[in-house]
Design a binder for this molecule. Structure first.
Ligand SMILES: [Zn+2]
Length: 292
């Protein structure tokens, strides 16, 4: 973990639970794409930069999930680096309580206020394209998070969380997302992109991205079909979540209830907007019924 891998003249990534991109912008200056999952990740990254004699100028966050912004605060405190995040991701990065609040749907209980769901706040600015070094372009990748972006540098594309590995999909089945429709649209665009290297944060760096895009798209479509089938008879969101966990052999915890529960509710919105299911109130319960 935390080895530095070089993929082009100036592009690198640091192997970690969520890969951290590193781009050399001058003889000794570098910028990071995300900052790792916590303070310890920040410490390891700082040690690596000091060992190379590199100065951290800025962190460009892809989105606001804690495993991508968790090192922000430590690195900013120790280097004074600037931090940027796109759109709504900026608001969540500035005020990390929004993440467990969004997932839970109210003021979150203490069980959801831990570092995996709530990073330390950092002084962040909303990213505009003029804030990027000349060599970097941002690529909108909405779906996994509201305003997630990737970054292209030369012939390398950093893809953040828009793809899960095959092993992760086999184990967890339902990968986190906020908008299945946009998620699929994003992946259909990613599969047509040309680059020498693609760096997804949670899958191996690869020179061929199409097959993994197709696997992820198929997975989302299968889950959407499955939820629709479960709604043949009207179901509450809780019933649907419980049925999916039983069927896929998943272990329910407070954290999984929040993460997968939020994802399933996003699928219900997607299916409702597609006219495949409808919401209905019965006996004071919100239920979902497939359209015949
Ligand atoms: Zn994420």
């Amino acid at each position: 973990m935390y080895e530095l891998n070089q993929v082009s003249d100036r592009c690198y990534y640091i192997q970690s639970p969520a890969k951290i991109g590193l781009v050399r912008t001058g003889d000794t200056s570098v910028v990071l794409i995300d900052s790792g999952n916590d303070k310890d990740a920040g410490k390891k990254v700082l040690r690596l930069l000091e060992g190379k004699g590199w100065t951290l100028e800025a962190i460009y966050n892809t989105h606001s999930h804690a495993d991508h912004i968790g090192g922000n605060r430590f690195l900013q405190e120790h280097t004074g680096c600037r931090i940027y995040a796109p759109g709504i991701e900026y608001d969540f990065t500035r005020a990390p309580i929004l993440e467990p609040s969004y997932l839970y749907g109210g003021n979150p209980p203490s069980e959801l206020r831990h570092k995996f769901l709530m990073a330390q706040p950092s002084r962040v600015k909303e990213l505009a394209s003029e804030d990027l070094p000349d060599c970097m372009q941002m690529i909108p990748l909405p779906g996994h998070a509201f305003d997630m972006v990737g970054y292209r540098v030369d012939n390398v594309i950093y893809l953040a969380d828009c793809l899960s590995s095959e092993a992760t999909l086999a184990k967890y089945r339902i990968s986190f997302l906020v908008d299945p429709k946009k998620y699929i649209e994003t992946l259909l665009q990613v599969r047509e992109m040309e680059a020498d290297w693609f760096i997804p944060a949670h899958a191996d760096a690869t020179q061929e991205i199409r097959s993994l895009c197709d696997i992820n798209i198929a997975c989302v479509r299968e889950i959407a079909d499955h939820i629709t089938a479960l709604c043949t008879q009207a179901q509450t969101g809780e019933d649907i979540l419980a049925a999916l966990f039983a069927e896929y052999g998943l272990t329910m915890t407070m954290e999984q209830h929040a993460l997968v529960g939020s994802t399933v509710r996003s699928y219900l919105t997607y299916l409702s907007e597609a006219g495949r299911i409808v919401p209905t109130i019965r006996n004071n319960r919100l239920m979902w019924q497939a359209q015949s």
